[in-house]
Design a protein around this ligand. Structure first.
Ligand SMILES: CC(C)(COP(=O)(O)OP(=O)(O)OC[C@H]1O[C@@H](n2cnc3c(N)ncnc32)[C@H](O)[C@@H]1OP(=O)(O)O)[C@@H](O)C(=O)NCCC(=O)NCCS
Length: 227
């Protein structure tokens, strides 16, 4: 049953991504990004997964190791295969080299009905070209499109009938985008902050000791409410 819902959610999500994240828009908004191609996938192959994990490792491997231990890749690989995830892979047109990827999923938990961004990773040579900002803004467009289109609303009502008043219940929507970020990842936090992300109510928070010292948690959970 769960798999069937996640399968359908991923189908809705992938369809909306295709319409929102287009080469034309990237060319226009991020003119310094070289010629690329976009692959949107609901089932990544072993090779694709390995490529993504390699990029993740070169970008944040040290942080993952310090937070989750030396064997972090095993758990990460499992997470990356989670049902319902949709991948967007960006490759250089001429060499097929993976320039970056995103993975995301629609979530319906009691306190969380969001588009959850699992990963956004760009190769270091292709950062600071506004691609990250562009993609993050597109997530909000995707949320709005899914809410407007209505298929997810129907699916959620059919699946979780007892939790909503009727098929027009105003809670039958995605409230926005959510993500998790390492507290030490100041650059990404700066980007999210600039884009209006705030701490989610379920996030871990920093602790201020008696001597004024601030202890940050390993991760923060951030959200951007989309109306
Ligand atoms: C985080 C990441 C996706 C951002 O992508 P990006 O394409 O480099 O981001 P952008 O080019 O849109 O923005 C980055 C820079 O552009 C500038 N910029 C972009 N939009 C701006 C705006 N509206 N106003 C001012 N400055 C802006 C800033 O100088 C910013 O630099 P800063 O973050 O050092 O302040 C990318 O750096 C990355 O892949 N990092 C490694 C992996 C990672 O940390 N992922 C996040 C995991 S939660």
């Amino acid at each position: 049953m769960t798999n069937e819902i996640e399968y359908k959610e991923a189908k809705i999500l992938a369809h909306t991504i295709v319409q929102s994240i287009t080469l034309d828009a990237i060319k226009k908004e991020c003119p310094t990004v070289p010629e690329i191609k976009i692959e949107i996938s609901r089932e990544v192959t072993d090779n694709e997964l390995t490529e993504c994990l390699q990029l993740l490792n070169s970008n944040l491997g040290k942080t993952y190791e310090s937070v989750n231990g030396k064997k972090w890749k095993t758990g990460k690989r499992e997470e990356m295969l989670e049902e319902g995830l949709v991948y967007v892979l960006f490759r250089l047109l001429d060499s097929d080299k993976l320039l970056g990827f995103m993975s995301m999923k629609l979530i319906n938990e009691r306190s969380l009905q969001v588009l959850y961004l699992y990963e956004i990773q760009l190769d270091e040579h292709y950062r600071n070209m506004k691609l990250g900002s562009f993609l993050m803004k597109k997530l909000e467009v995707i949320v709005k499109s899914i809410n407007k289109e209505g298929k997810l609303k129907k699916l959620w009502y059919k699946t979780y009938k007892d939790e909503y008043h009727d098929s027009n219940d105003s809670n039958l929507i995605l409230t926005g985008v959510a993500l998790t970020v390492f507290s030490v990842n100041k650059k990404a936090r700066g980007l999210y902050n600039r884009l209006g992300y705030t701490l989610h109510r379920d996030s871990e928070i920093e602790k201020v000791l008696r001597n004024g010292k601030i202890i940050e948690p390993d991760y923060y959970m951030l959200e951007k409410v989309v109306n």
